[in-house]
Design a protein around this ligand. Structure first.
Ligand SMILES: Nc1nc2c(c(=O)[nH]1)N[C@H]1C(S)=C(S)[C@@H](COP(=O)(O)OP(=O)(O)OC[C@H]3O[C@@H](n4cnc5c(=O)[nH]c(N)nc54)[C@H](O)[C@@H]3O)O[C@H]1N2
Ligand SMILES: Nc1nc2c(c(=O)[nH]1)N[C@H]1C(S)=C(S)[C@@H](COP(=O)(O)OP(=O)(O)OC[C@H]3O[C@@H](n4cnc5c(=O)[nH]c(N)nc54)[C@H](O)[C@@H]3O)O[C@H]1N2
Ligand code: SF4
Ligand SMILES: [Mo]
Length: 719
């Protein structure tokens, strides 16, 4: 803070669902208005810059489209898509008192009549702040006895797969990528989705490193790479096993690391023998020579870093794909070197006291009196339409409480989701900042805050700094944070436990497990005090204090948190569950190898936009302008367009048995033969009121029961 200036500078943290969790400095004028936002120059990963989406964040905060008051649906207005800009007409303003009372009354009625499990919370990562993501809300739904939501839509397949191999989700620190000599961005759109890793990659490249991108789509990252391998979707396990085949054939493995640190090598080696380069070439669309070259380059360069992210695990075979790739640095011993190894996510390093925040035992004080059923968020359509028709299901869903999420746009099998959301008997509440594809179906809409308007703490899934996000400004209008909403609702429901009156500051202490000496009791956070966090804004976790002093070499030595304490090439727990204990390539049910390909021969990638965050930001004109280049496009290979008599700029219908969308054909070399791609956007902004998720299915991944957005078959025809 500047002693003379009347402006305050507040340290906050970008709470969007992005690996980078940037430190943000917000300048606030004497009237309390945020006037400037910038990346924290003192944060070693943020390095003083923000992505293009958040650099113009004040447009979002002060957007005239913000919802600023509680609203209820006007009587007689049917649920369904509303024209953007005219949503307000379907609703009337009510007070928070009326909103909270009527929601509490209605939830109580539904619970009494159908059982509390007929109430389903639906939330994901609108904010990844520790409190905003899951704290008072979890307490509330536990005490209510509501169904528990299995939050699988993004990262479960990969998370489970990685943990099977290494025990926990940690990996190379972003700052250490600068030491790498070979970087593989494997299903990871670094430039679009994880831009703060990019400067470290640039630095490595200036020192002679090569960047190889393995992605079916020519991303901005791929366009900047030394080598772009345009692999066929879902075939990554075959490639990783093929690389192992070559590495082991040529004796390029690190025998000492394998002997000391791993388990199941012989059986993995036997499996890898099945993946000769010729066979892998036929699966992946690469040549055998390319597979050999990649394997040799990978095994003979040190250090090598693999940046996985969540792209490869959105495939039906996603768990096996991640497992196979994750094993590569354990074959070559890459973990021994600074800047070597791999990273899927760093989130496993943050040992927040989630138990204390979420209080799952409150379920036993609920009318249910036991642990509630789990409902998978990736099968929301099924949950809203079919759940309850089977005697073992428990009750149908009668109330849906949406916050931190926009399932009307992001959940798979959108036509089923919308059919469910449109049920007149379903009581739907949505807490959000804007009208969305979901609020169009809500009975009651509640106004939420941006990260500038509430306090929180945050970890990251792309670095190792714990951060405090201070409140920079008063909430606009009557917007309120998630913690406030669920605390208030709990009190209206008559929940008398004192935990429902905890303030955000108290919950921050609980998440940090602050002990009597003022220090955190969480593993890796023992050096953290609230005072330090307030002073500095960000503090590195203990094992990663100051880059340069203590090289952080995860998985390089010692015992790992797996059942055997080793890197597990072979998983006894998978074997015990009757699953394949080794990674393998199995063609997804929707892929060029499946029977369905006779009718729908093209593999469809409904991808994220570089300038949006899933569906977030897509309503803002400034952000839409940046995305205009790819708006409403279906990117196709020239051969696939020709064989359908489709020319550049033609209107096309993209369809399968679940739905259809209309797009403009664009032949630009961004996808290989047999693959088409389009972008995730707001459904309500399209002519038909649906987006790419009208095409995706509710089928689940091989591990973790995650969504399979990138295993989707379609056909395309001139419209
Ligand atoms: N700008 C922007 N940033 C974001 C987001 C956003 O929407 N926009 N979303 C955020 C979220 S929620 C997440 S989870 C992260 C995810 O970040 P990423 O993990 O990078 O996720 P995706 O963009 O889903 O996928 C990455 C790449 O994988 C490719 N891919 C698809 N299928 C396959 C396959 O079978 N094999 C291989 N090798 N590649 C494949 C896709 O073409 C894509 O370019 O990004 C976060 N950051
Ligand atoms: N086809 C296709 N579908 C996908 C994906 C894909 O790549 N392709 N990606 C998938 C992935 S990886 C993910 S993570 C999911 C993302 O799914 P969601 O987590 O639903 O992501 P968003 O679309 O960003 O919607 C988040 C909503 O939360 C709101 N919000 C923000 N902050 C707050 C807050 O503090 N409180 C409340 N109450 N609301 C808030 C935002 O305004 C926004 O409307 O989508 C999945 N769907
Ligand atoms: S979206 Fe990601 S890159 Fe952009 S400011 Fe937020 S954390 Fe940083
Ligand atoms: Mo995600």
């Amino acid at each position: 803070m500047d002693a003379v200036s009347p402006f305050r500078v507040v340290h906050a943290v970008c709470s969007h669902d992005c690996p980078d969790s940037c430190g943000v400095l917000v300048t606030v004028n004497p009237e309390g208005r945020a006037v400037k936002i910038q990346g924290d120059p003192a944060h070693p990963v943020t390095q003083g810059f923000l992505c293009a989406k958040v650099a113009k964040y004040l447009d979002r905060v002060y957007s005239p489209e913000r919802i600023l008051y509680p609203l209820k649906r006007k009587p007689g207005v049917p649920k369904g898509p509303l024209r953007k800009g005219y949503e307000q007409e379907a609703f009337e303003r009510i007070s928070w008192d009326e909103a909270l009372d009527s929601i509490a009354t209605r939830l109580m009625q539904i619970s009494n009549e159908h059982g509390p499990e007929s109430i389903l919370p639906y939330s994901y990562a609108g904010t990844i702040g520790v409190l905003g993501y899951g704290s008072m809300d979890r307490r509330f739904f536990h005490r209510l006895g509501a169904s528990r939501l299995d939050r699988t839509i993004c990262s479960e397949a990969g998370g489970v797969a990685w943990s099977l191999v290494y025990g926990k989700k940690i990996g190379i620190a972003p700052e250490d990528f600068r030491h790498s000599k070979l970087i593989l961005a494997w299903g990871s759109n670094i430039h679009g989705n994880n831009v703060h890793l990019w400067p470290f990659i640039e630095q490595a490249r200036r020192d002679g490193a090569r960047l190889i991108v393995i992605d079916p789509y020519r991303t901005r990252t791929a366009a900047l790479a030394d080598w772009h391998i345009s692999i066929r979707p879902g075939t990554d396990a075959a490639l990783a096993l093929g690389m192992m085949h070559v590495i082991l054939n040529e004796g390029l493995e690190d025998r000492a690391y394998i002997a000391e640190m791993t388990q199941g090598f012989d059986r993995l080696a036997e499996r890898a023998r099945e993946y000769a380069p010729q066979r892998v070439a036929a699966l992946t669309g690469m040549t055998a020579a390319e597979i050999e070259q990649l394997a040799r380059e990978y095994a003979t360069t040190h250090p090598t870093a693999i940046r996985l992210n969540y792209g490869v695990q959105r495939s039906e075979n996603g768990g096996a794909n991640i497992r196979a790739i994750a094993m590569l640095p354990a074959i070559t011993g890459a973990w021994r070197h600074r800047g070597g190894g791999a990273v899927l996510s760093t989130s496993g390093a943050f040992a927040w006291n989630r138990q204390a925040l979420e209080l799952p035992n409150l379920q036993f004080a609920s009318p249910l009196g036991r642990e509630a059923r789990l409902v998978n968020m990736s099968t929301l359509g099924h949950a809203l339409i079919e759940l309850g028709s089977n005697p073992d299901d428990g009750p149908p869903v009668h109330a849906l409480f949406v916050y931190n999420s926009n399932p009307g746009a992001v959940a798979p099998n959108q036509n089923a989701v919308r059919q469910g959301l449109a049920r007149p008997d379903l009581f739907t509440v949505a807490h959000d900042l804007f009208f969305t594809d979901t609020t169009d179906y809500a009975d009651c809409i509640l106004p939420a805050t941006t990260f500038l308007e509430h306090i929180d703490i945050q970890g990251a899934y792309g670095h190792y700094f714990a951060q405090l996000s201070r409140q920079a400004m008063e909430p606009l209008g009557e917007a309120r944070p998630n913690t406030w909403l669920f605390s208030q609702l709990a009190q209206r429901m008559g929940f008398s436990e004192s935990c429902f009156r905890d303030t955000p500051e108290e919950m921050i202490r609980q998440a940090l497990a602050i002990g009597p000496d003022g220090h955190s009791a969480n593993n890796g956070m023992e050096h953290i005090t609230l005072e330090e966090l307030e002073k500095r804004g960000h503090i590195p976790l203990a094992f990663h204090r100051r880059p340069g002093e203590h090289p952080f070499l995860p998985n390089a030595s010692g015992s790992l948190p797996t059942p055997s304490g080793k890197v597990e090439f072979y998983s006894e727990s998978l074997a015990a569950a009757g699953l394949d204990p080794l990674p393998a390539f199995n063609p997804p049910s929707e892929s060029r190898w499946s029977a369905a390909a006779n009718r729908y021969p093209l593999e469809f990638l409904g991808r994220k936009a570089d300038n949006y965050m899933n569906s977030t930001f897509a309503n803002l004109d400034g952000h839409r302008k940046f995305e205009a280049r790819t708006a409403n496009l279906l990117e196709m290979h020239a051969g696939d367009a020709q064989s359908r008599s489709i020319a550049e700029g033609d209107q096309v219908r993209v369809f399968n048995a679940r739905g259809a969308i209309y797009l403009t054909a664009h032949v630009n070399g961004s996808v290989p033969p047999g693959v088409v791609a389009a972008r995730l956007d707001w459904a309500k902004l399209s002519s038909e009121g649906v987006n790419v998720n009208a095409l995706t299915s509710e089928r689940l991944t091989d591990l973790g029961a995650g969504a399979t957005f990138y295993s989707t078959l379609v056909e395309v025809a001139k419209a």
